[in-house]
Design a protein around this ligand. Structure first.
Ligand SMILES: Nc1ncnc2c1ncn2[C@@H]1O[C@H](COP(=O)(O)OP(=O)(O)OP(=O)(O)O)[C@@H](O)[C@H]1O
Ligand SMILES: [Mg+2]
Length: 351
């Protein structure tokens, strides 16, 4: 079991409050990802759950038991970090079994658990090697293996893949997903990587200055961001946001045209994702813009356009042929993909 509940937890470093009252209910077996800008408190919150950082106020409850005052060893969790710090003089086998050995587990049990972890992580061919004879991805797998052998109630990962090169990250992302499928254990995973967050998470927690900005499935956050912060944080390239005015069933863009608005609340900003904008002739669509830069990526192209008073507008298109820097365009914003925000940055309507 590994149900984890945070009840209005706060963290103060002296006078500085870095976690500002977080409530979160994680059912057993869920894969939760923490994302947010650097310094927003992701690692601190994870370390509080693990018991490596004291909780100033509020409670942490694991499987119905209040563990707020308990040391890490009594919480039954395990942490995997970016730096895997393996013992260089020990074999992979001994690195993985070390914590069980120091805990006084019988040899046969250590052997059985190490073998099982090695099987799950496909480390069997490397069990007798030293860490220096492994690739970065293999070393990170050994670090995860060290955690698995302890049968934790939950795994806490703090950017475990961020030291790896791009290709290895993709491979390890797949391994982590498979690991969750086979262990079905609760996992809390901190990352900066959008793709990791979107692909691994059952639910994503977006943190902003020590508070939860929104919790939801990747699809909910992408399709129905609750506020401007989440709207611009989830999705790459990020959502275009432009000032607007709404009245009598229409939204108006400065220096542009606008379109239909059937929301009830007054909105002051409209957002549209780069992949949802369609290119058309100048004078048509919601506004006009001029091609500034074309970023060709193979499968698609980012058209960075100058929207005049609307600022820079990024369009993602699959066919950039015929486009030239300086060229005038019309931009069509399909009504069903528009996000409207009020003065306070809260989402008030979605097309
Ligand atoms: N021991 C400490 N004493 C004082 N302030 C701290 C301490 N540890 C962290 N902080 C502050 O708490 C805030 C949150 O830090 P934290 O490491 O949790 O951020 P993070 O979201 O993990 O950032 P990153 O993405 O850069 O890893 C930061 O402003 C940081 O400076
Ligand atoms: Mg961190």
């Amino acid at each position: 079991m590994g149900a984890i509940k945070l009840e209005n937890v706060e963290k103060w470093f002296g006078d500085l409050q870095v976690i500002k009252g977080v409530d979160l209910d994680i059912p057993d077996g869920e894969f939760v990802v923490f994302v947010g800008p650097s310094g927003c408190g992701k690692s601190t919150l994870l370390r509080m759950i693990g018991g490596l950082e004291e909780t100033s106020r509020g409670a942490i409850v694991i499987d119905g038991r209040d563990v707020t005052a308990e040391p890490p060893a009594r919480r039954g969790l395990t942490m995997v970090f970016q730096s895997y710090a393996l013992y260089p003089h020990m074999s992979v086998r001994d690195n993985m079994g070390f914590s069980l050995k120091t805990a006084g587990a019988p040899k046969s049990e250590i052997e059985q658990k190490v073998n099982e972890a090695a099987r799950v992580l496909k480390l069997e061919p490397f069990l007798d090697r030293r860490p220096k004879a492994l690739s970065g991805g293999q070393r990170q797998r050994v670090a995860i293996g060290r955690s698995i052998v302890r049968d934790p109630t939950a795994f806490l990962f703090d950017e475990p893949l961020s030291n790896l090169d791009a290709a290895l990250r993709v491979e390890m992302r797949y391994e982590v997903a498979k690991l969750h499928q086979s262990l079905k254990a609760t996992m809390i995973y901190v990352t900066h990587d959008q793709i990791e967050a979107m692909t691994l998470a059952d639910r994503i927690v977006v943190l902003e200055f020590g508070k939860i900005a929104q919790v939801g499935t990747p699809r909910e956050l992408y399709e129905r961001p609750a506020n401007l912060f989440v709207a611009q944080f989830i999705g790459s390239p990020k959502m275009n946001v432009m000032p607007c005015r709404t009245d009598a069933g229409r939204y108006h863009l400065e220096g542009g045209r606008g379109g239909v608005y059937d929301g009830d609340h007054e909105a002051v900003q409209v957002g549209v994702r780069p992949e949802h904008i369609r290119l058309t002739e100048p004078g048509q669509g919601a506004c006009d813009a001029k091609v500034d830069v074309l970023e060709y990526l193979g499968a698609d192209t980012f058209v960075i356009a100058d929207g005049g008073p609307l600022g820079q507008i990024t369009v993602r298109t699959e066919d950039e042929r015929g486009l030239q820097p300086g060229q005038a365009l019309g931009l069509e914003f399909p009504a069903e993909y528009l996000h409207f925000f009020d003065e306070a940055g809260l989402a008030v309507h979605r097309g």
